[in-house]
Design a protein. Structure first.
Length: 338
């Protein structure tokens, strides 16, 4: 019962502390933004030194004094080196591409070193990853790197967005324990970049809905009959994607239909469609909003894979039928921000 108030206070303090930090995609660590505390091995070393000092005073051991102050001096030098390893380091964020909810979103951070010496053992991680309690800091998700003198190094940090929409990147932390591991030097960084999270595609969606009759469908059907483009198949034309080639029908196709295509036939999935494919929010099942958006996301990916024209109907937005990478991105962004 006592741990819950402690965890609550820790969370409140962490939120208060993070809210005080400025938002920036580029940061250079200074004396004000770098913190240092002894680690557990450092505390044990301090206790050992205290024991050695008391024993040396009690028994008047000159070699004991020598060993005590030699170890203490080494620890102090290690503290100075540890603090200097992180102080002065510049960190630049490379914004990540758009992601799907529930998938791992990775982004790169470039570390710049203007010193004439190598910075060893620098790690970066999300400060409080999803699924971790208040007493953990993502120790299983650290990315470590050494930054060469007058050079740079790139590390990759990942997190898992659970909800769709436009989200700011999580708060990050960087630390080092070089060279002795007796002190931990760390900093906290709030990136300003945002990432757009698409809905998670439904794993086993139903087939694409039937299209609505397009205007001029009869005239198009007559034109298809006159040109020999029928049964969803037509002769290959220069520029047609190879994924549309029907290889099984190529050997059996009538040469009179494909005399200009070398016997190849392709699926007539674009202009030869007699119907317009509309992906309608109202026809995406009987589940909740998130389930419908997940199904629409899967349908958008399936229609794009088939290279067919498709439109999207949402409660507050309608996107006309089209195809291509730009159209797919527009539809996915609309689903993410719906």
């Amino acid at each position: 019962m006592f741990l819950r108030p402690v965890a609550y206070l820790q969370n409140r303090f962490r939120q208060w502390f993070e809210n005080r930090l400025p938002l920036a995609d580029q940061v250079t660590l200074t004396q004000r933004t770098v913190y240092i505390l002894p680690t557990r091995p450092g505390l044990m070393l301090g206790l050992t030194l205290l024991t050695l000092l008391v024993a040396s005073i009690n028994y008047q051991l000159n070699l004991g004094y020598l060993l005590t102050f030699l170890l203490a001096g080494s620890a102090l030098v290690g503290m100075h080196v540890c603090h200097g390893t992180l102080r002065g380091l510049a960190m630049n964020l490379i914004a990540p591409p758009n992601q799907y909810a529930g998938s791992l979103a990775a982004f790169d951070i470039k570390l710049l070193n203007d010193k004439s010496s190598i910075r060893y053992g620098i790690g970066l991680s999300v400060l409080n990853p999803a699924g971790k309690n208040a007493n953990t800091s993502g120790q299983d998700h650290w990315s470590w790197a050494d930054v060469p003198a007058q050079g740079s190094s790139t590390v990759q940090v990942a997190f898992k967005p659970e909800r769709r929409g436009l989200h700011r990147l999580p708060t990050l932390t960087a630390e080092t324990r070089f060279p002795l591991g007796t002190f931990r030097v760390w900093t906290v960084w709030r990136p300003a970049a945002q990432v757009l999270v698409y809905p998670a595609p439904e794993l086993n969606p139903p087939t694409l809905p039937e299209g609505e009759p397009r205007s001029g469908g009869a005239a198009h059907a007559a034109r298809a009959q006159n040109t020999g483009e029928f049964d969803g198949v037509r002769g290959y034309r220069r520029g047609d994607p190879l994924k549309l080639v029907v290889w099984k029908k190529a050997a059996k196709a009538d040469e009179s239909v494909n005399h200009d295509s070398g016997g190849l036939v392709v699926r007539d999935t674009q202009q030869a469609q007699r119907h317009e494919l509309w992906l309608d929010f109202a026809q995406a099942g009987t589940g909740g909003t998130e389930q419908k958006l997940s199904r629409l996301c899967a349908w958008v990916l399936a229609a794009d894979q088939l290279a067919i024209d498709y439109g999207l109907k949402l409660p507050a937005l309608q996107i006309k039928p089209a195809s291509g990478e730009a159209h797919k991105r527009q539809c996915l962004e609309a689903l993410a921000l719906c």
